[in-house]
Design a protein around this ligand. Structure first.
Ligand code: HPA
Length: 279
């Protein structure tokens, strides 16, 4: 069977990037994809150009509460940044191609580095709700892979190496900046699951046993595609609920997840702004 690259991702990403360039001509250096509770950083972007996802060719959108559906482009300190205020999730029914499309567009725009954040359950017993953790690695338990199918060499190589998926240089900068703000951040392994249900106690225990510190329903496909695009990434998780030991688990609603993430969002925004200035 000949597997077709249906109206290629490359061409679609170029079309979307051309549209964005028609609205913002300066070079965009840094991409920000900040998840639940963290989009307050857009308030710090000067002279923002706001682009609705629905106006960008081929761009998906999200129906998730607490996520907006717009790109905000402008100056954060001295850098031109593009902030994705709203993230698409696999559990919403989008294909892997769609949820990782914004990364492909950033590749075509020539974005040099991407900073992401997410809300996550904490399966490391030392974590508390509200903690900000730097992601140093992941375990991919999603049912589908974003690079499955015929490889388009214009986008990246067939078999990207994942040893350095979470850029060490960026993590070191993050730690330095954090300590200058009197924050002591630990590093953890993020496990990506499909969702949308949260995990059972037995599943949280399993995730701890296999080496997971954090669990969530996003980020992993983006990081794989970023590696394919050769864009270095820095990822933060906000621990929104304690999941291990299992005696500590309490029932968790999305409103609680959002409330905890919102509480840490100010600190995370400050941290991200200071990191962007250092890059
Ligand atoms: N599981 C999966 N995703 C999550 C969780 C969780 O416990 N908390 C926040 N996002």
């Amino acid at each position: 069977m000949d597997v077709q690259i249906e109206n290629s991702i490359y061409e679609k990403a170029c079309e979307a990037a051309d549209y964005i360039r028609s609205l913002y001509v300066e070079e965009i250096e840094i991409g920000l994809s900040l998840g639940t509770g963290s989009s307050s950083i857009v308030d710090s972007i000067e002279n923002p150009v706001r682009v609705a996802y629905s106006d960008i060719p081929h761009f998906p959108y999200t129906a998730v509460k607490s996520h907006k559906n717009e790109l905000v482009i402008g100056k954060l300190g001295s850098k031109n940044v593009l902030c994705l205020a709203g993230r698409m999730h696999y559990y919403e029914g989008w294909s892997m191609e769609k949820i990782t499309f914004p990364m492909r567009v950033m590749q075509q725009l020539g974005v040099k580095q991407v900073i992401m954040s997410n809300a996550a359950g904490g399966t490391n017993p030392h974590y508390s709700a509200g903690d900000i953790v730097i992601v140093k690695d992941h375990i991919n338990l999603l049912p589908e892979h974003p690079l499955r199918g015929k490889n388009d060499d214009r986008l990246g190589i067939r078999f990207p190496d994942m040893k350095k998926a979470y850029d060490k240089g960026l993590r070191n900068i993050a730690k330095e900046v954090a300590s200058s703000l009197s924050l002591n951040l630990s590093e953890g392994v993020y496990v990506g699951l499909q969702g949308p249900s949260l995990e059972t106690p037995a599943e949280y225990k399993f995730l701890n046993i296999i080496g997971g510190d954090l669990v969530g329903m996003s980020t992993v496909p983006d990081v794989i595609v970023a590696k394919h695009c050769e864009i270095p990434v820095l990822v933060f998780s906000i621990v929104t609920n304690e999941c291990f030991p299992i005696e500590n688990i309490t029932e968790t609603t999305v409103d609680e997840v959002i409330a905890v993430a919102n509480k840490s969002a100010k600190v995370l925004s400050k941290l991200v702004e200071a990191i962007v200035e250092k890059l």
